[in-house]
Design a protein around this ligand. Structure first.
Ligand code: HEM
Length: 79
């Protein structure tokens, strides 16, 4: 699992460079550190993070491994 391959699943909502406001609500994910991204992504899974549309993210993340989440966080942090 490489971050670039995992990120293909995210492009439609977050944009190729992470600058879009997904479904008009998410802040851009571009510019966030790997640690911050991991905290948010694992937070969607354990219920400790998320807004009104968190179900959208929870459903995406349920299909990923923990390694996928770490790799995609690192990839996005380098945009
Ligand atoms: C929020 C990453 C796929 C829609 C977020 C956030 C991150 C993220 C880090 C939190 C942003 C913040 O609050 O600072 C990713 C990654 C994806 C992915 C890495 C692929 C593995 C998608 C897809 C959709 C989507 C496919 C649309 C179907 C959203 C929405 C939010 C969000 C609506 C805000 C949810 C809320 O209310 O908390 N995403 N995303 N994301 N993402 Fe994604």
């Amino acid at each position: 699992a490489d971050g670039r391959g995992v990120y293909v699943k995210c492009i439609g909502c977050h944009g190729v460079d992470g600058s879009k406001h997904a479904l008009n609500v998410s802040p851009p994910i571009k510019g966030q550190s790997a640690g911050e991204l991991e905290r948010k992504l694992f937070g969607y899974l354990d219920g400790s993070f998320g807004g009104d549309k968190k179900i959208v993210m929870t459903n995406v993340l349920k299909k990923l491994s923990e390694e996928d989440i770490r790799e995609v966080s690192k990839y996005v942090s380098e945009f």
